[in-house]
Design a protein around this ligand. Structure first.
Ligand SMILES: Cc1cc2nc3c(=O)[nH]c(=O)nc-3n(C[C@H](O)[C@H](O)[C@H](O)COP(=O)(O)OP(=O)(O)OC[C@H]3O[C@@H](n4cnc5c(N)ncnc54)[C@H](O)[C@@H]3O)c2cc1C
Ligand code: FES
Length: 494
């Protein structure tokens, strides 16, 4: 797996020195879309802001997304409606609409290309068709002006489809670069390679990194999934990884942004990169660390594309993860609610191009003492019992993995020989679960226990990484933390 199409050839965002001992109105932790949009909004309101990013801007989910900025979001509206009242559904749609307007307006002002496209959700199976009917009802309640489609320009038949006109597709790295440029022009400090390891509540609140501490009145955790245990948000969302591939093809390209609601979901869009139009195909979603053979998932996406776009040549293949809340609506707010010092934003369910900006609007309004009607409804939403039950089931799965994976590791002693090239294996060494991998000839032995809350890691063949099946932390083959709620690398093993 490689870097994303958007990351390929993109110039790095300049980084500022770490402002050790500095004090800001707000410290934003995380330099993805949530973090940078929040930084721009607060800086426009005259607040002093620092953004601390553990890796580089766009390295994690935003820079690896498919960049559809759409209010038609597969079957999300019916999912929100199953979990909440119609009032909450309308608030969700209104927040996404305001966020879409904000982002596209911002990109327009900054001269960043935005391609207007219709969004089409389609079904090829009877089950998908039934889901689509639910989505049509929910979309009407949400106030989306959708149309039923009888024909698409896809190279295969669909049973039914719905279309929402005039949505948009963007290059998400270009969007982040534009946000970073505006933030910096307004005095925001953007510091890369600054992983926050802890937040100490107080007056002021302090944020700790290995490079020192800084203080702020407000801290915004825009980290994809929060790394603090407070609020237990890591247990309220499920990490889902999926795959995207870019292809050169002489076949006619679909003109819309497509997403299927069938079990094997497919996402399609085009992208114009350096004057050339390419096809993007996404799919293969699974819970992080719970797919036995991720390489097979990658291959399956390639074979599907070859079937429908013969002769397509793959130029890029990458993957990323996002977090789904059991009740289908993001968690955006303060931890705890009454104390506006630490805000959190997570659970965008792979629709963060709008939800991240909605989160930024909501948190900024709270800090500035303004009220957004849709955000107030979302803050005070009540979840239906069926969605509460699905949250309980999600946690039961986590508990089941924790127990079963420890038993599995305890039962299997490590083989004497290291694994084959590109493989990793977990086994018992004495009483400890140990992870051994071989990548480009280098054999690495690390603890197989996730430093977050003790999950036993699994090997991800497609990305040569150790992935945690509990809350989605990931580590490279040398044990260095890549993403997720953990804050430490894997412990070395002699
Ligand atoms: C394959 C895929 C395709 C997608 N396609 C679409 C799409 O077409 N349309 C759409 O609307 N949405 C899409 N999404 C969802 C969307 O990309 C995400 O919801 C959104 O990018 C999340 O933004 P974020 O800022 O919250 O997270 P991120 O972009 O992940 O940013 C979080 C940042 O926080 C940093 N960080 C983490 N921990 C720390 C720490 N302790 N200290 C400092 N920094 C830290 C990370 O390094 C990271 O850079 C897709 C998601 C996936 C997985
Ligand atoms: S991510 Fe929570 S235990 Fe690994």
């Amino acid at each position: 797996m490689t870097i994303s199409l958007w990351q390929d050839g993109a110039a790095a965002v300049p980084t500022d020195p770490f402002p050790a001992g500095g004090r800001f109105d707000a410290v934003v932790v995380g330099g993805g879309l949530t973090g940078l949009a929040t930084a721009v909004m607060l800086a426009r309101a005259g607040r002093s802001v620092a953004v601390l990013e553990a890796r580089s801007i766009g390295d994690v989910t935003t820079g690896r997304s498919t960049g559809k900025v759409s209010l038609l979001q597969g079957a999300v509206m019916s999912g929100v409606r199953r979990s909440h009242s119609d009032e909450v559904l309308r608030a969700y749609a209104n927040g996404n609409r305001e966020a879409q307007d904000w982002l596209l307006g911002f990109l327009g002002e900054r001269g960043v290309p935005v391609e207007r496209r219709d969004a089409i959700t389609y079904a090829t199976t009877p089950e998908g068709e039934a889901r689509l009917e639910g989505e049509i009802e929910a979309a009407h309640v949400a106030g989306l002006d959708i149309e039923r489609e009888t024909e698409t320009d896809l190279p295969f038949d669909v049973r039914s489809a719905i279309r929402l006109a005039d949505q948009a597709q963007i290059d998400p790295i270009a969007a982040l670069r534009a946000l970073a440029a505006e933030a910096r022009s307004r005095g925001v400090r953007i510091v890369e390679c600054a992983r926050v390891t802890d937040v100490h509540l107080g007056e002021p609140t302090t944020v700790a990194t290995a490079r020192g501490e800084i203080a702020a009145q407000h801290v915004i955790l825009a980290t994809g999934i929060p790394f603090l245990d407070r609020g237990m948000y890591f247990a309220k969302v499920q990490p889902s990884r999926s795959y995207v591939q870019a292809f050169r093809t002489a076949e006619p390209l679909p003109t819309g942004m497509y997403l299927s609601v069938d079990k094997a979901s497919r996402s399609l869009r085009t992208a114009t990169i350096r004057g050339e139009e390419v096809l993007l195909v996404g799919g293969g979603g699974h819970v992080v660390g719970r797919e036995d053979d991720t390489l097979a998932v990658v291959d399956e996406l390639g074979s599907w594309t070859a079937q429908w776009f013969p002769g397509a040549v793959r130029t890029h293949a990458w993957s990323a993860q996002d977090y789904r809340s059991a009740n289908m609506t993001p968690f955006v707010g303060w931890m705890p609610r009454a104390d506006r010092r630490v805000a959190v934003a997570t659970g965008y369910n792979k629709w963060g191009m709008t939800n991240a900006v909605a989160a930024a609007l909501s948190i900024t309004a709270d800090i500035l003492g303004e009220e957004l009607p849709w955000a107030q409804v979302l803050h005070h939403r009540v979840t239906k019992p069926s969605a509460v039950a699905s949250g309980i089931a999600m946690n039961a799965e986590v508990g089941g993995h924790l127990a079963a994976d420890w038993v599995g590791a305890a039962l299997h002693a490590l083989p004497e020989d290291p694994p084959a090239e590109g493989e990793g294996v977990v086994g018992r060494d004495g009483v400890r679960p140990v992870a051994v991998s071989r990548v480009r000839g280098e054999v690495c032995r690390r603890s197989a226990v996730c430093p977050h809350l003790g999950g036993v890691l699994t090997w991800n063949r497609a990305e040569a990484s150790w992935d945690c099946p509990l809350h989605g932390s990931r580590f490279d083959h040398r044990g260095r933390l890549l993403e997720g709620p953990a804050t430490d690398d894997l412990a070395p093993v002699e």
